[in-house]
Design a protein around this ligand. Structure first.
Ligand code: NAG
Ligand code: NAG
Length: 353
C-alpha cells in the first residue's frame, strides 16, 4: 500500500486525462478567447499598416497613371461560402481600377474559395465566433490589410456573406465620392469633408445590459456609460477613421474582455460606434447604408428574406431611407435567393438611376 498522503495526489494525477476527455461534454461551450500569439500577430500587422500610412510610397507610380482615382475596399467577413459571389461579380464588372476586395473567412469553416474577382483575395484569417471580441479582431485585420495593400483605398466597406447590393457599383462610387448637392455643401464647398457611414445610437433600451455584459464597472475609466454607443456592424469608414481604429489600444483593452453575460454580448456592435463617436463624432453619418429588417427578429438575428420575397418591389422598398442617401446594401438573404436576384440584376438592381 502507498502511504496515505500520496494516494490523493496520485488519484488526481490519474484522473487528469479523464478530465480532458470529458471536459468538452461537461463544460458549457466557452467563447473563443484571443490568445497572446494571435494578439501579437495583429499588433504587428496594425503597426506595419500604421507605419506604411505615415510614409506612403512615392505618389501614384504604383498604377503608372498620372491621376489615379481613389478606391473602395470591400471587406468581406464570412464564416461560410460567399453565396452571392456571382451577384457581386456582376456588381464589380467593368470597374477594375476603382475597388479592391479582401476576404476574411473563418479558417475552421472550410469554405470553398470562389474564383473570378474573388480569386486570391483571402487574407490571413483567424477563428471568429458570435458573442466574442473575435469579430472586432477580424474587422480590424481586414482594415489593416486593406490600408497596407493599396494607398488608394479610401473607403472601407464591410460586407457579409448574407449581404446583397441594392444599386450598381457606379451609383455607390459616385454617391461616396461626389459631395451631395445639398444646400449646405454648395453654399460652403470648402467645408465639405468625407464622412464615415456608421450607425451611432445612444438611446437603445438594452444598452445598460450590453455595457455591463463584462461585469460591473470594468469598462471604466476608458468607457463611461454616457459614452457607450451601439450601431449596426456594417459600416463604410474613411481612410483616416480606418487608421484611427487600427491604432486604438485604449478601448480595445476593454472591449476584448470576455462577456460574463453572453445574452447581451455583441462587442462588434459597440466597439466601432463608441470609438468613433468619442474621437470624431462630426466626421460620422451616425446612420448605416446597409439596410436590415429588425421587425420580429429572433435570437439576435434580423428578418431573413427567402427566394419568394425577392422582387423589384422589395428592392425599391429596401433602398428607401430617411437620410440623404438611399441604402447601398441589404441583409439578410438566404443562399437560395441567388437565382431570383440574378434574374433581376440588369433590369432592377444595377439599372442606372
Ligand atoms: C420586415 O419583416 C417583416 C416580418 O418580419 C415583414 O412583414 C416586412 O414586410 C419586412 N419589411 C420589409 C421592408 O421587407
Ligand atoms: C423613416 O421614418 C419613418 C417615420 O419615422 C419610419 O416609420 C420609417 O420606418 C423610416 N424608414 C426607414 C427606412 O428607416
Amino acid at each position: 500500500m502507498f502511504p496515505t498522503p500520496f494516494v490523493l495526489p496520485f488519484a488526481l494525477l490519474l484522473s487528469l486525462p479523464l478530465v480532458f476527455l470529458f471536459a468538452p461534454r461537461i463544460l458549457p461551450p466557452k467563447d473563443v478567447q484571443i490568445s497572446l500569439p494571435d494578439e501579437l500577430d495583429d499588433l504587428a500587422l496594425f503597426r506595419r499598416a500604421t507605419l506604411a500610412s505615415l510614409h506612403p510610397p512615392g505618389s501614384v507610380s504604383r498604377l503608372g497613371t498620372t491621376n489615379p482615382k481613389p478606391k473602395i475596399a470591400f471587406l468581406f467577413l464570412t464564416n461560410t461560402d460567399l453565396h452571392f459571389a456571382p451577384l457581386w461579380e456582376r456588381f464589380f464588372d467593368g470597374n477594375q481600377q476603382l475597388y479592391n476586395i479582401y476576404i476574411h473567412a473563418d479558417p475552421s469553416a472550410k469554405s470553398t474559395p470562389p474564383g473570378g474577382v474573388f480569386e486570391n483575395r483571402f487574407i490571413a484569417a483567424k477563428k471568429t465566433e458570435r458573442a466574442s471580441p473575435t469579430l472586432i479582431s477580424a474587422e480590424r485585420r481586414l482594415l489593416a490589410t486593406a490600408l497596407l495593400d493599396d494607398p488608394l483605398n479610401f473607403y472601407f466597406a464591410l460586407i457579409s456573406q448574407h449581404c446583397i447590393p441594392l444599386h450598381s457599383f457606379r451609383y455607390v462610387y459616385h454617391s461616396l465620392f461626389a459631395p451631395p448637392s445639398s444646400t449646405e455643401s454648395t453654399r460652403n464647398p470648402t467645408q465639405f469633408r468625407f464622412r464615415s457611414f456608421i450607425e451611432i445610437l445612444s438611446d437603445e433600451p438594452q444598452l445598460w445590459d450590453r455595457y455591463t455584459a463584462r461585469g460591473k464597472n470594468v469598462m471604466l475609466p476608458e468607457v463611461p456609460f454616457e459614452q457607450f454607443r451601439v450601431g449596426s456592424q456594417f459600416f463604410i469608414l474613411t481612410r483616416p477613421h480606418a487608421l484611427m481604429v487600427i491604432k486604438d489600444r485604449r478601448l480595445w483593452r476593454k472591449f476584448r474582455l470576455p462577456c460574463l453575460n453572453t445574452d447581451s454580448c455583441y462587442p462588434e456592435e459597440h466597439y466601432f460606434p463608441t470609438l468613433l463617436s468619442m474621437e470624431d463624432p462630426n466626421g460620422c453619418s451616425h446612420y448605416t447604408l446597409t439596410r436590415v429588417n429588425w421587425t420580429d427578429s429572433t435570437g439576435g438575428h434580423p428578418h431573413t428574406y427567402g427566394p419568394a420575397d425577392v422582387s423589384p418591389e422589395l428592392v425599391s422598398e429596401l433602398r428607401a431611407s430617411n437620410s440623404t442617401y438611399s441604402f447601398f446594401f441589404a441583409r439578410k438573404f438566404t443562399p437560395d435567393c441567388l437565382k431570383p436576384l440574378m434574374d433581376i440584376t440588369d433590369k432592377v438592381i444595377f439599372k442606372e438611376d
